[in-house]
Design a protein around this ligand. Structure first.
Ligand code: FE2
Ligand code: FE2
Length: 385
């Protein structure tokens, strides 16, 4: 369940909330797009019971609603909603056959993202756009591209290399366009045959590139073929090992896994970012090379600014700042007092978890004073009364 909070340019907190827990009266903080990239609901729309039902029926898993509004820290999304939706449609169009004209747009798109990243725009923890299951692959492709490029910058890549990495990572799942959607979006467990079919997508993607008349560099094409290879040789399609896997593919692989596990899917809930962070941390020299994992962990945060966390002293707070090198000890603004708690100073207090969707809904609908938060202010155990 994705229940993180984003900060916009204005310092307003956006709550990403599962459509299961939406209530009439909540206000959309970002637009919602449907399976063809069409606008379903505009930003600012106040939800009615009918809208909530329609969103669920359209397969929308989560939306951003306006939330707590008292944080001043400025964070900016790397890509505007419109740009992101445009990129998703460019990749979709190209992978579905609008080849000639589309390819130039894909190249332009990658250049645009690389230049945004090189200009120093900040990438915040919560990237994946709100979209239906059918648009997942395209939203995911954009996120994996942005994450991979951020890692490339950390590793000192030149602009030319970033463009190659960006191209490969944006198109890494291109081959999924040849996998039947009923297998890709199947809510239940896959049969061994279906799983074998999904595992063909790196080869399908590579073939699409080879058959295409557009010139894609072999290093970008390698990312498409190798992004499911694993450092210990357990990956596919070829079971490459260690240094046999080129670094660009390894970067895309770790970004791919991280993004996939932190996103709600039709068949399972998202892992919260702190669990995903620890999973990646534990994968060095097993699934991914330690060098790539080390660079990756400098690009994501276990508790990104805006995460609503529960503390060991029973207080509930919103992460407001994270100091470099101390990702697990951020500064937290306490919800019911507004006071800031620096966990680097308060060494006896630890984060014990992220708030669940329904708890966040309570915070929103009860003016920030849920049962848990109210209990906290009187020093009692959270959620006991
Ligand atoms: Fe893939
Ligand atoms: Fe992927």
């Amino acid at each position: 369940m994705r229940v993180r909070v984003n900060l916009t340019e204005r310092g307003v907190v956006l709550l990403k909330i599962s459509t299961k827990f939406l209530l009439p009266g909540m206000k959309l903080a970002r637009p919602v797009y449907g399976k063809n990239g069409e606008l379903l609901l505009k930003k600012g729309v106040v939800l009615t019971a009918g809208y909530v039902m329609s969103l669920r029926r359209c397969g929308i898993l989560a939306v951003d609603v306006d939330g707590l509004t008292d944080l001043s820290e400025e964070h900016r999304n790397l890509l505007e909603d419109e740009v992101r939706s445009d990129v998703m449609n460019v990749v979709r169009g190209w992978s579905q056959g609008e080849k000639r004209k589309g390819f130039e747009r894909v190249v332009e798109t990658v250049e645009r993202i690389v230049d945004e990243i090189l200009s120093g725009k900040e990438v915040i923890g919560n990237l994946t756009e709100i979209c239906s299951a059918d648009m997942y692959t395209y939203a995911h492709s954009v996120d994996v591209c942005v994450l991979s490029l951020t890692v490339g910058v950390k590793l000192g890549y030149s602009r030319k290399d970033l463009l190659l990495l960006g191209m490969g990572s944006l198109l890494h799942d291109l081959g999924k366009s040849r996998v039947p959607p009923e297998i890709l979006n199947k809510p239940g467990k896959l049969t061994p045959g279906e799983f074998r079919e999904i595992k063909k997508h790196p080869v399908y993607g590579y073939k699409i590139i080879l058959e295409s008349q557009d010139r894609i560099d072999s290093r970008s094409a390698a990312v498409i073929l190798n992004h499911h290879e694993r450092y210990d040789g357990t990956g596919y399609p070829r079971g490459l090992k260690g240094e046999e896997i080129d670094e660009m593919s390894a970067i895309c692989a770790v970004a791919d896994v991280y993004n996939a596990i932190t996103t709600d899917r039709v068949y399972r809930k998202a892992y919260p970012p702190h669990e995903a962070y620890e999973m990646v941390m534990a994968s060095g020299n097993l699934m991914f090379s330690a060098r790539v994992v080390e660079a990756f962990l400098k690009c994501v945060l276990p508790y990104p600014p805006g995460s609503v966390v529960r503390l060991s002293n029973d207080l509930i707070g919103v992460v407001s700042r994270v100091k470099q090198g101390f990702p697990f000890r951020p500064v937290v603004r306490i919800v019911n007092s507004g006071e800031e708690l620096d966990l680097l100073q308060e060494s006896s207090v630890v984060i014990t978890g992220l708030l669940r969707s329904e708890e966040l809904r309570d915070l929103l609908t009860k003016g920030g004073m849920s049962g848990a938060a109210a209990a906290s202010s009187s020093g009692r155990a959270a959620g006991n009364n």
